[in-house]
Design a protein around this ligand. Sequence first.
Ligand SMILES: C[S@@+](CC[C@H](N)C(=O)[O-])C[C@H]1O[C@@H](n2cnc3c(N)ncnc32)[C@H](O)[C@@H]1O
Length: 474
Amino acid sequence: MEWTQGNSLSRLEAWKFGVGAGRGLFATKPCPPSTTLFTIPKNALINLNTLKSRYPQTPETRLNAVQIISLHLLLHRPVQEEDSLDPAFGPYISTLHRNFTSHPLTWLVERRRKGRQITEELILKNLPPSVTDALHTLYARFLEDYQVICLYLNKHRSVLETSSRPKSQLPMPYGTSTSTTLVGDYCWAWLNVNTRSIYYPIKDADPERDCLTLCPILDFANHNETTSQITPIIQSAPRTPGSRTSSGNFTFNSCSDNAIEEGQQLFLRYGGHSNKTLFVDYGFVNRFSPGSIASGHFRGEVDVQDLVEELILAVKPARSSFGGSCKGSNVSDRLTSTLQEEGYWGEWTLDSSPPPAHPSYRLITALRLIQLVSTSDAGADFPSDAVIQPWRDVLNGRREVISEENEEGWRDALLRICESISLRARTGLEASTQDLAGTDGWVAWMRENVLCLWREELEVADAVAHSLRAGEVF
Ligand SMILES: C[S@@+](CC[C@H](N)C(=O)[O-])C[C@H]1O[C@@H](n2cnc3c(N)ncnc32)[C@H](O)[C@@H]1O
């Protein structure tokens, strides 16, 4: 870590505070706006650029950024509270989170390894359905990466010899006697990458798959929904003749609008994520006080995928003159495929902000189609392109609405969705309060996160129902 010498790092310090956000990044000296807080040399970053020469790749075993970085962490995981022995990045790896007990992905991974843990099961059981779905999607992504790493280690066994871990703790690829510990170790590594990495462009690399980096110091910064005191600036590396510009050192400036005071915590806005995403990806939520969604002080969002899917499955055309030829399920399939083909499947949300609280445009579009199809009396030809055409015309801007009845119909359907969410959230709040009562430490902290998730469902659904009843036009 020679690069820390002579850097402006003396302005910063990582402090540890109790349960919850863990450590944070704090200013030890005042700092004027738009000045350099610190610079991390490109060679101190852990990413594809700094790792690819260590890990042989073949077309069948090509690793993306998350996979290669987490493989490296896995091979150099510190033993308990000791330091990582990685000669290249050991001091930095030693600063990473040592365990992810309170991260929901860990609960799913550990459930497979050790059986059901009572507390974790209770928390999982009390999550809103959309959060459970998102968590299982993350778990599937984790398992895919884990599979890739197992195949990789089996193909490139020599890589295991580069591990700085004691021989007894060496991760063994899938199918060998110690493989059950590998998934736990890999989960630790994968979560460090997924909760701490940041976008960093890499020459000729796929921005989606490959442009991520772990970055010392910066990764102590906690998330804040409204303010970010840190502005990342990627310097260009000096051009060599004939080469394209590539990324160089990573500099972090103070924000341009305010000076930083001594002792102030420096936050980084991780992105405009919903609480569902923050919970599933990072293991926390943006807290808000009761009523602050209705008063417009907190931006709430609810994902209604499960209820809209239920609605689609329940759709039957108005006049069932089809005999056996057009069953409800055919109609549902047709609805699903139409929404998918037009790019309107999923990401259906209720949003409290900007006011009035409203359904997303994607949700309105899906509801218009569901309403059109469920009130269609087009007979045995249903659901033909002709039936769906008015919906496509609205999409293409050829007409404003399908019909007044269609508008009324989808708004009624949405009101019923809001009422179900509201009822479900009240039950969820009661059950979570009861099931997780009397807990302490990280579980008590997590209980508050779960209650927040339910409260958001309740307050946003009620706010959208209020908008509908008030006749707001969206
Ligand atoms: C990039 S790290 C930030 C540093 C971290 N607190 C530490 O102790 O190393 C991201 C993790 O910090 C925690 N975190 C960040 N912002 C938070 C916040 N606003 N509230 C609670 N936890 C937060 C979460 O555990 C998240 O996964």
